[in-house]
Ligand binder design. Structure first.
Ligand SMILES: Nc1ncnc2c1ncn2[C@@H]1O[C@H](COP(=O)(O)OP(=O)(O)OP(=O)(O)O)[C@@H](O)[C@H]1O
Length: 781
């Protein structure tokens, strides 16, 4: 029998043994599952039967009540164990489908035994004896050998120190549906055959895990436990997002006793991307981390009271005002307000606010001032002036609550209180009765108790009326962060005194006027949103500080301003940070000041920081990477290496006019769909243009062709054809990308270079570019 066939038979036999073990486990879990489900249904029924009794006062139910409580506890316990069994069954079913993807044979230095085969999969599988490892988890220390070494001398780190030895075999498997489809022996770190096969697959609307083909340089990022700040600069498609998600799975495994998925936060560029990556961790058997966009953070704190401009709207506004004096002044403001200089200015301003200047909002009720802003300032700066900022604020809150209580006392005889009390419903009267009774009333001196009840009802009515004020005190709404922020722009002297170099920035007058105009009408420009939020949270003592968050991931980090980076550092004070980005894709004006990564790398001490580079671009075929590189300046393109995957040469088509462009694009869409491409992205520069493009394409195609317009609010990438603006294509990919009008008019300025690069690098297999008039200078040969 030829050797290859013998190997195949041996591995098939071994796989069958593993599948047998998984099947036995699966059966066991399924029987627990069905038993628990039966229990849960039964207990639930009894529980609801008991609950149908009338229990207006639990203390009088005695035995029945304690039986209900017991049943509730039992129900919770059974439901929990039902959930555990169902998760285990799910895990086993996944494992059965694709049990492992690699085998390595390794002999430890000094050992004279034969090389032990180690099988590596998405999760581990231990035999009945509790000792035999049939499959090792890809995150186990020994699995590192597979990702980091070629056959020969090799070593891996363990918590107990480094283990050296000899790697005698590396074998990769493709197992699907419990069947061995392919196997390859390899001399490389990760066999290119498998990587080629994986990368040539048609894309999906959701990102896939790269666990079977993690590259050595990606593995270093995934397993770095030493540094507090990890900064990754990686070419488009070099696997930054993939590495970030694998790293999260790794951390959850490595620190499973102390780290939970809700202690990990990932900042995503937009809702489309959020949906796009949301399946990776569940597919690896881990719960998803918390995901948010920076916009959501801003909206949650400012959105209820203000109209806050988002980054996309700002981008569109800047594009529309390009080359006008107004547009240039705004660009200057956007750059400045995202800078470290401005962050320091706000910090220094905050320090001064410890002595004077915090603006307060009076507590008012029906036009009467209960506590004025001046009284608050007097308390804050004079009466409590000796305390630290946070203590002063706590005391001020307590004092405000006392003032409110005092005010209610005064109001008891006022007619409005009596009128409000008369509106009390039965339930409130009943509650007042129960309270007076609990306090010993309604026994002998019934007359007195009636008075008590009236008093109670009056007090409750008054309290109900001032409830919004109590909530305002609790929520720090007696502070006026917007007024305090406006004040900074209201005085040249104050601003210059706060600035670290004592100087006003270029364009300050325009900025000050603009801030005044917008904030006065409760609308917040995007460039003011983070500074304002920072001021607000700092004044409140960072009460929503996310101290529990242990790992913060920021994807597409090149798009954050240095101000935003510094703010996130303050907001997640205990978190280790993994920051991933590509300075060649920095498309927003707000981040230009950082020159790529400046804002991030300074957030931790150099000895706590590691900076990694990923240069191989895995997403696109070689011809697409080569073309995209031409868009960049030679010095920026120099470090980008295409993975050797061949494909159709990108096409650049000159079109007579808009109608011709639409005709060609629609024809290509139909052709590409027929060729089996599952996702096609038609990417226009702005939202407005993508709206037009979508309408024009739809007109030209049959009704049943799936064409969807993707907007800033979209949460999911559809299958078929997506038409979207350039900035929403961040981080995602398509089998084929059609660039809608890469003319000089659209992509002619230096600032458009990176945008065009970002757009073209979204393509996996096919890139077609259309233009009218002159072609963008960045694409000319
Ligand atoms: N080691 C790998 N094995 C298989 N596929 C990989 C690997 N690394 C990256 N890829 C694939 O390359 C594509 C790009 O990866 P990813 O989106 O993580 O890159 P990125 O650096 O975040 O890109 P961008 O900056 O352009 O958004 C994905 O389809 C991903 O599955």
């Amino acid at each position: 029998m030829p050797e290859e066939q013998a190997v195949r038979e041996e591995e098939t036999k071994r796989l069958a043994e593993v599948i047998g073990l998984i099947d036995r486990r699966l059966l066991k879990e399924l029987s627990v599952l069905s038993e628990r489900r039966g229990d849960v249904v039964g207990i639930r029924q009894e529980f609801w039967d008991d609950l149908s009794i009338n229990f207006s006062d639990a203390t009088e139910l005695g035995e029945t009540w304690s039986s209900i409580v017991q049943q509730a506890e039992l129900l919770v316990e059974r439901e929990r164990s039902h959930k555990v069994a169902s998760e285990a069954a799910e895990r086993l079913a996944r494992q059965r489908d694709n049990a492992y993807f690699a085998r390595i044979d390794f002999v430890e230095e000094g050992s004279d035994g034969p090389a032990a085969p180690i099988y590596i999969g998405r999760g581990s599988l231990v035999g009945e004896d509790g000792e035999t490892f049939y499959i090792y988890d890809w995150r186990a220390p020994v699995s590192s050998l597979f990702y980091d070494h070629e056959p020969g001398a090799a070593a891996y780190d363990t918590p107990g120190g480094e283990i050296r030895g000899e790697l005698s075999l590396k074998r990769q498997f493709v197992i699907r549906g419990g069947k061995l489809k392919h196997l390859f022996d390899t001399d490389e770190t990760i066999g290119d055959d498998i990587l080629q096969a994986v990368l040539s697959e048609k894309s999906d609307t959701a990102m896939k895990s790269i666990v079977a083909t993690i590259q050595k340089e990606q593995n270093r990022i995934i397993r770095d436990e030493r540094h507090k700040l990890i900064v990754v600069q990686g070419a488009a498609g070099s696997g930054k997002t993939s590495a970030a998600l694998q790293r999260i799975a790794y951390l959850l495994y490595r620190f499973r006793d102390s780290l939970t998925s809700d202690q990990i936060v990932l900042f995503s560029p937009n809702p489309v991307f959020k949906g796009y990556i949301s399946r990776v961790l569940p597919d690896l058997g881990e719960a998803n981390m918390r995901q948010m966009t920076f916009r959501e953070l801003i909206e949650a704190r400012l959105g209820r009271r203000f109209e806050v401009e988002d980054l996309f709207t700002q981008t569109e506004a800047l594009a529309a005002a390009e080359r006008t004096p107004e547009g240039e002044a705004r660009e200057k403001a956007v750059r400045y307000k995202g800078s470290e200089h401005f962050f320091e200015t706000v910090e220094r301003y905050l320090k001064r606010l410890g002595q004077a200047g915090v603006r307060f909002r009076p507590l008012r009720f029906r036009g009467d001032t209960i506590v004025s802003a001046d009284e608050m300032a007097e308390r804050f700066y004079v009466a409590f002036g000796q305390e630290g900022f946070g203590d002063r604020l706590a005391k001020l809150r307590r004092w405000l609550n006392e003032r409110l209580t005092g005010w209610v006392d005064q109001q008891m005889a006022e007619p409005w209180v009596e009128e409000a009390a008369e509106l009390a419903d039965d339930e409130e009267i009943q509650r007042a009765y129960v309270q007076v009774r609990r306090e010993g009333g309604f026994h002998d001196e019934a007359f007195n108790d009636e008075d008590k009840m009236t008093d109670l009802l009056l007090r409750r009515a008054a309290e109900r009326a001032i409830e919004p004020l109590r909530r305002a005190v609790k929520g720090f709404r007696f502070l006026d962060p917007v007024g305090t922020y406006r004040q900074l722009f209201a005085s040249r002297t104050l601003f210059a005194e706060c600035a670290p170099d004592g100087r006003l920035p270029d364009g300050w007058e325009w900025m000050a006027q603009r801030a005044e105009e917008t904030l006065a009408r409760k609308s917040i420009d995007h460039e003011d949103a983070t500074p304002l939020l920072y001021l607000m949270e700092a004044l409140e003592g960072f009460r929503k500080v996310e101290g529990e968050v242990r790992h913060l991931f920021v994807d597409e980090a090149q798009d954050y301003s240095p101000f935003q980076a510094a703010f996130l550092r303050r907001r997640f004070p205990r978190a280790r940070m993994t920051v991933l980005g590509d300075f060649n894709q920095a498309i927003y004006v707000q981040a230009e000041e950082s020159g790529g990564f400046g804002g991030w790398t300074r957030l931790a001490a150099p000895e706590d920081t590691s900076v990694w580079r990923l240069s191989t671009s895995y997403r696109s075929t070689k011809p697409i990477v080569e073309l995209s590189k031409r868009i960049l300046r030679p010095e920026d393109a120099a470090g980008i290496v295409p993975f050797h995957r061949e494909g159709e040469a990108p096409q650049i088509a000159s079109c007579r006019d808009g109608a011709d462009l639409a005709d060609r694009a629609a024809r290509d869409v139909a052709e590409l769909l027929a060729a089996g491409h599952a996702t096609i992205g038609v990417i226009a520069k702005t939202a407005h243009e993508s709206g037009n493009a979508c309408a024009l394409i739809k007109e030209r195609l049959a009704d049943d062709v799936p064409v969807t317009l993707v907007t800033g609010g979209s949460a999911k990438l559809p299958k078929g054809v997506s038409v979207l603006p350039s900035y929403l294509s961040k981080g995602i990919e398509f089998d084929a990308v059609l660039v809608w009008d890469a003319s000089e008019e659209r992509y002619g300025r230096e600032t458009h270079r990176k945008l065009l690069y970002t757009v073209c690098t979204r393509a996996l297999h096919v890139l077609r570019i259309y233009y009218t008039g002159q072609l963008s200078p960045f694409l000319r040969a």
